[in-house]
Write a protein that binds this ligand. Structure first.
Ligand SMILES: Cc1cc2nc3c(=O)[nH]c(=O)nc-3n(C[C@H](O)[C@H](O)[C@H](O)COP(=O)(O)OP(=O)(O)OC[C@H]3O[C@@H](n4cnc5c(N)ncnc54)[C@H](O)[C@@H]3O)c2cc1C
Length: 433
C-alpha cells in the first residue's frame, strides 16, 4: 500500500509502502529501492525516496542498556533525542551534541552527523558514537566501530542513510551538573562586532550561537544576539513544564513571515535583549529547542514550504563571505525569517561525508516563491563555493549536482559503500546525475 512521507521543508512523496526495520533484510520490496526514514526533520529530499519504500524506524525505539557510571547508552535507532533526554537527564547525563529540535531519531542524528551549539568543543554527534549495528542487503547484519577496516563506520556517520539500516547504536553521553543552562546574551550592533566576539565566546562557553537580523541595513547591518551558555553546575534535572499546547493548525494560503511582519519581528526580538551583556538561567528546552514550542511551525511558510540554506565558510573568509551572503538576500528582496550564524571548531568528525568543517556556518530560511527563490539560492551557492565553502545536503532540495560534488569531493567513496538497495531522491538528483 502506498504511504505518504514528508520532509520538514514541505516536500512530500507517495512511496510504494512502509517497511518495519526488522523486515528490511527479508522483504523483497526493499530490493526495488528503499530508504530509512526517521522523524522527517530533514528539510529537503535526502530523507525521501519517491521510487521505493520507506523503512519507518520509529517503531523500534527501546533503550537497551544504560550504564550510569560511564554514561554509555545503547538504543534502537528510532529513539527520539527527546525520549533519550527524558531517560538520562534525571541521572545527570545529557547527549553531548544536540540540534535545534529534540524530535530527531538516533538513526537520523547519525546518518546526518548532526551538529549543535557546542561544535567548537564536542564536534558532531558522530564523534560520540562508539558502535553501530548496521543491516545491509549485500553483507547482512554487521557491527561497526570507529576505525574498523570496512570503512563503513566513517561512511555511515554522515552517510545520508545510504550505507545500510542502522538498527541500534551506542553513544557516549556527557556528565552535567544540571540540565538547565546559564545563558549569556550579548547584543551586537553589526556584523563586524559579532566577528570580534565569536571566538572568545567559544573559548569561554560550552555553547555559542548567534541570531542575526538579516534585513537590517546601514549601520545596523548584521546586528543580532550572541547567545552563549553552560550547564548549571547543580540543580539536577527539574521536571519539564507541561508540553506546549501551541500548534499551527493549518497552512495559511500566503506566508505571514515576510514584509512588515518580518521587520516587526526582527525589531522586537532585537530589542528583547538589553543592550550589552545579560545573563539568566533557562530550562534546557528554551535554550536548545525554542522552535519546538510551536508544533508544525513549518506550516507558517505557506503551501510551497520553505528552503533552508546552510553554508559553511572557511574561517579566514568568514566575515567577507557572510557579508556577501546577507547582501545577496537583501538585493534579491528575500527576507530570511530565522538567520543563525555559528562558528564551527576544529574537532574533526569520523564521517568523511560530514557537513561541519572549521569555519563559520550561516543558516537562512526562505519561503518558497518559485523561480526568484531558486535564483537567489543558486547565487548563495556560488558565493559559498567561491569562498571554498560547502552547502548542507540535509537542508536542501534543489542544489545542483555540481554544487554538491564541489561541497563533498569524497562523494564517490560513499557511492562505493552504498547499500545497493538504498537510494534517496537527493542522491539520485545530485550524486548520480
Ligand atoms: C527545527 C529544526 C532544527 C534543526 N536544527 C539542526 C541543528 O542545529 N543541527 C543539525 O545538524 N541539524 C538540525 N536540524 C536537522 C535535523 O537535525 C536532521 O535533519 C536530522 O538528521 C533529522 O533526523 P530524523 O530522525 O528526523 O531523520 P530523517 O529526516 O527522517 O532522516 C534523515 C536521514 O537519516 C537517514 N536515517 C534515518 N534513520 C536511519 C536509520 N535508522 N538508519 C540509517 N539511516 C537513517 C535517512 O535516510 C535520511 O537520510 C534541524 C531540523 C529542524 C526541523
Amino acid at each position: 500500500m502506498n504511504a505518504h512521507v514528508e520532509s520538514w521543508g514541505g516536500l512530500s512523496v507517495e512511496t510504494s509502502g512502509l517497511l518495519k526495520p526488522e523486515a528490511f533484510l527479508d522483504d523483497s520490496r526493499a530490493s526495488g529501492g528503499a530508504l530509512p526514514y526517521g522523524n522527517g526533520r530533514s528539510y529537503g529530499d535526502s530523507c525521501l525516496n519517491a521510487a521505493g519504500v520507506a523503512i519507518a524506524t520509529r517503531s523500534a525505539r527501546k533503550i537497551l542498556s544504560f550504564d550510569e557510571t560511564t554514561g554509555l547508552l545503547e538504543a534502537e535507532a528510532g529513539l527520539l533525542l527527546s525520549e533519550l533526554i527524558d531517560a538520562v537527564a534525571p541521572k545527570g547525563w545529557f547527549p553531548a551534541v544536540l540540534p535545534g529540535t529534540q524530535f530527531v531519531t538516533l538513526g537520523g542524528a547519525i546518518a546526518n552527523d548532526i551538529h549543535g551549539k557546542n561544535h567548537h568543543r564536542k564536534g558532531t554527534f558522530g564523534c560520540h558514537v562508539t558502535e553501530i549495528h548496521l543491516d545491509r542487503t549485500d553483507r547482512g547484519p554487521l557491527v561497526i566501530r570507529p576505525g574498523d577496516a570496512t570503512g563503513l563506520f566513517e561512511a555511515t556517520v554522515g552517510g545520508l542513510g545510504l550505507t545500510g539500516l542502522i538498527r541500534k547504536a551506542t553513544v557516549q553521553l556527557m556528565r552535567v551538573g544540571a540540565s538547565s543552562i546559564r545563558q549569556e546574551t550579548t547584543r551586537f550592533n553589526d556584523l563586524e562586532e559579532y566577528f570580534g566576539l565569536a571566538q572568545e565566546a567559544d573559548d569561554r562557553h560550552e555553547y555559542a550561537v548567534a541570531w542575526l537580523d538579516s534585513i537590517s541595513r546601514g549601520r545596523r547591518f548584521g546586528r543580532g544576539h550572541l547567545i552563549a551558555g553552560d550547564h548549571e553546575t547543580e540543580g539536577g534535572h527539574p521536571a519539564a513544564g507541561s508540553a506546549s499546547p501551541l500548534k499551527v493548525p493549518f497552512t495559511p494560503p500566503v506566508t505571514p513571515l515576510q514584509g512588515p511582519f518580518l521587520r516587526l519581528f526582527n525589531e522586537t526580538y532585537f530589542r528583547g535583549a538589553p543592550a550589552g551583556v545579560s545573563t539568566r538561567t533557562v530550562g534546557f528546552e528554551k535554550f536548545f529547542f525554542p522552535l519546538d514550542r510551536i508544533g508544525r511551525w513549518n506550516r507558517l511558510y505557506g503551501p510551497r514550504g520553505l528552503h533552508q540554506h546552510q553554508s559553511v565558510i572557511p574561517e579566514e573568509a568568514g566575515f567577507e563571505t557572510v557579508k556577501k551572503l546577507l547582501e545577496c538576500t537583501q538585493a534579491n528582496r528575500h527576507g530570511s525569517f530565522l538567520t543563525v550564524l555559528k562558528r564551527f571548531g576544529q574537532v574533526r568528525s569520523p564521517g568523511f561525508m560530514s557537513f561541519p568543517r572549521a569555519g563559520y556556518t550561516l543558516t537562512l530560511d526562505f519561503p518558497d516563491k518559485g523561480s526568484p527563490t531558486l535564483r537567489l539560492l543558486q547565487e548563495l551557492d556560488e558565493i559559498t563555493l567561491a569562498a571554498g565553502g560547502a552547502i548542507n545536503p540535509y537542508k536542501d532540495r534543489r542544489m545542483s549536482s555540481a554544487t554538491f560534488k564541489a561541497s563533498f569531493p569524497d562523494w564517490q567513496r560513499l557511492e562505493t559503500l552504498r547499500d545497493p538497495a538504498l537510494l534517496s531522491d537527493f542522491w539520485r538528483r545530485t550524486a548520480l546525475n
